[in-house]
Design a protein around this ligand. Structure first.
Ligand code: SF4
Length: 272
């Protein structure tokens, strides 16, 4: 099944891929392609939009429609595609630098607009491709190539931000929970409105090395052990909340999406 899925959605001769050993991007891409297969999507049903960075390289490998755009702007282009061609399944694949640091404003407004597309964010807590600079999700006190003595800023909770801004569906998983990740991606793809799957992911080459957790296996174990259900996370006290994180479905509702609202308003205007 995996081989067949690869043949269908991956270009011939593109492997091995460019990601470092232990990087989580490949696991996310595998989960996405399995989701396409299990949902019966033909490659022409789908448009994958990417920005810049290690996650932004994913479109190089795909046989689906794909668009590789400027840094931070994947959601702006994805919004345009969905508004013009509502029948297409639009997926924006982004890193944390791309989606909520350089492209933060597009992210907030795509969620607020509740446009019917799926954003998948590989959150590895730094700008991986350009050498491990701090991003909007680098935790306080952590080391990056631009915060050598510790990050003085606080980090965004990307999932909470999407939920607060108006997304219909938000889930968080990790490459250490690959089966669950596939289920969340499938739910996100079939949900009407803006959906987000945030993937806490290892970047052993930069974030891991800078923070003395560089061994890929150790990073995966860290994700496996520290990811707890939203209910367990709520029961934790304040110091533990910094150490653990919630994984699972974090937001699920059915507010009418942008295209539905647009058609309603257009019909009202035409009949008046
Ligand atoms: S630099 Fe980090 S994010 Fe980029 S491929 Fe390597 S491990 Fe993955």
């Amino acid at each position: 099944m995996l081989q067949e899925t690869g043949k269908k959605y991956l270009k011939d001769g593109v492997l091995p891929h460019m990601w470092c050993a232990g990087c989580g991007i490949g696991v996310m891409l595998g989960a996405l392609l399995r989701s396409f297969e299990e949902l019966g999507y033909a490659k022409n049903d789908v448009v994958v939009v990417t920005g810049i960075g290690c996650t932004g390289k994913t479109d190089d490998y795909l046989t689906t429609n794909a668009l590789h755009v400027t840094h931070g702007r994947a959601l702006a282009f994805a919004t345009g595609i969905k508004a013009f061609k509502p029948g297409l399944k639009v997926v924006a694949l982004m890193g944390d630098g791309d989606s909520v640091t350089i492209g933060g404003n597009h992210f907030i407004h795509a969620a607020r607009r509740n446009i019917d597309l799926t954003a998948i964010i590989i959150n590895n807590f730094n700008f991986g491709m350009t050498g491990g600079q701090a991003s909007g999700t680098t935790p306080s006190d952590k080391i990056s190539s631009t915060t050598l003595y510790g990050n003085p800023e606080r980090d965004f909770d990307v999932s909470a931000l999407a939920c607060t801004a108006g997304a219909n569906y938000v889930a968080r998983s990790t490459p250490a929970h690959a089966w669950e990740l596939t289920q969340y991606i499938k739910e996100a793809l079939t949900k009407k409105g803006f959906s987000l799957v945030e993937v806490f992911s290892p970047c052993p080459t930069n974030y891991g090395k800078n923070n003395k957790m560089g061994d890929p296996l150790k990073m995966l174990r860290w994700l496996k052990e520290k990811g707890v259900s939203p209910e367990e996370y709520e029961r934790l006290g304040e110091p533990e909340k910094d150490e653990y994180f919630a994984i699972g479905k974090l937001c699920d509702r059915d507010i009418p999406d942008f295209n539905t609202r647009y058609e309603e308003i257009r019909a009202r205007a035409l009949s008046s």
